[in-house]
Design a protein. Structure first.
Length: 113
């Protein structure tokens, strides 16, 4: 995966276990991954809430500063990037901290048999 534009100001390194997913590094040494599915959510979020995008990115960085090692995942129960000693955050974990309501309309049908 190519480097995410919103994090183009950060240094990266390559993890030999996940060579296609860059490890982003903050200046103070913290590190994080962004799974491809999380990145897809991030792109849609930017289209829907463009005025909140920078705030969302800054909140992601704050989460990393607080936790030191983070993987931003689509589903923490089944992460694509499985790293020991890392904390997992889903998209709504970040949006909830910012009190931005994300309506999940992808859930299953409410119709019974």
């Amino acid at each position: 995966m190519a480097k995410i534009e919103a994090f183009s100001d950060l240094k990266t390194k390559v993890d030999p276990i996940y060579p296609h997913e860059p490890v982003y590094l903050l200046d103070s040494g913290e590190e994080f991954y962004v799974e491809s599915a999380f990145y897809t959510q991030l792109k849609y979020f930017k289209d829907i809430f463009p005025s909140e995008f920078d705030r969302f990115i800054n909140e992601m960085k704050e989460i990393v500063k607080q936790n030191k090692k983070v993987v931003f995942v689509y589903n923490y129960e089944h992460p694509f990037i499985d790293k020991e000693d890392f904390i997992y955050y889903e998209f709504t974990d970040v949006s909830d901290r910012l009190k931005i309501l994300i309506d999940d309309k992808s859930r299953g049908s409410d119709y019974g048999d």
